[in-house]
Design a protein. Structure first.
Length: 161
């Protein structure tokens, strides 16, 4: 038996070409983003729910420097390559695209997904790129989070706090 192949981890130009190919085949493209520093049950629930909103799930992944700017000098706990590899192994993920900016706006503008997804801890109008996706005819959705699941809580528990 052949093991399933992980999703590709691609730079922007190759990601754009692949998304265009999928779109030409009639696929509905879903996009989400995050740090995914310690993948946990909340992330898995969220990613599978996001994938259910379309045919292909693209995950924008913050690089290490952008995580340090967003979360402080002690993060990320895992380097970009490891985080990308873990995400790419999930069967609900079709493509991982690292980005270096503090927000995924440039990546969203490049890929123009049909559906932009974030967790329900965001209001749709405060989601970065929502205006871009809506202007292109797409939709913005939020997904309820699993209570009590967060990387911050896992880090605190591991540190004995």
């Amino acid at each position: 038996m052949t093991a399933p192949k992980p999703a590709p981890v691609l730079a922007r130009a190759q990601a754009k070409a692949l998304v265009q190919q999928w779109r030409s085949e009639g696929a509905r493209i879903v996009f989400t983003n995050g740090c995914f520093d310690l993948l946990h049950a909340g992330h898995v629930h969220y990613l599978f729910a996001a994938r259910a909103l379309g045919d292909r799930l693209v995950v924008g992944l913050n690089d290490d420097d952008s995580i340090r700017r967003l979360k402080g000098p002690s993060r990320p706990l895992q380097p970009l390559e490891d985080r990308a590899r873990v995400l790419a192994a999930l069967r609900c993920v079709d493509l991982v695209v690292p980005f270096s900016e503090d927000t995924p706006l440039a990546l969203i503008e490049l890929l123009l997904p049909d559906v932009l997804v974030k967790g329900a801890d965001y209001r749709p109008d405060e989601i970065v790129g929502a205006d871009v996706v809506r202007a292109a005819g797409g939709e913005v959705r939020t997904i309820p989070l699993l209570p009590g699941r967060s990387t911050t809580k896992l880090v605190a528990r591991a540190a004995g706090r």
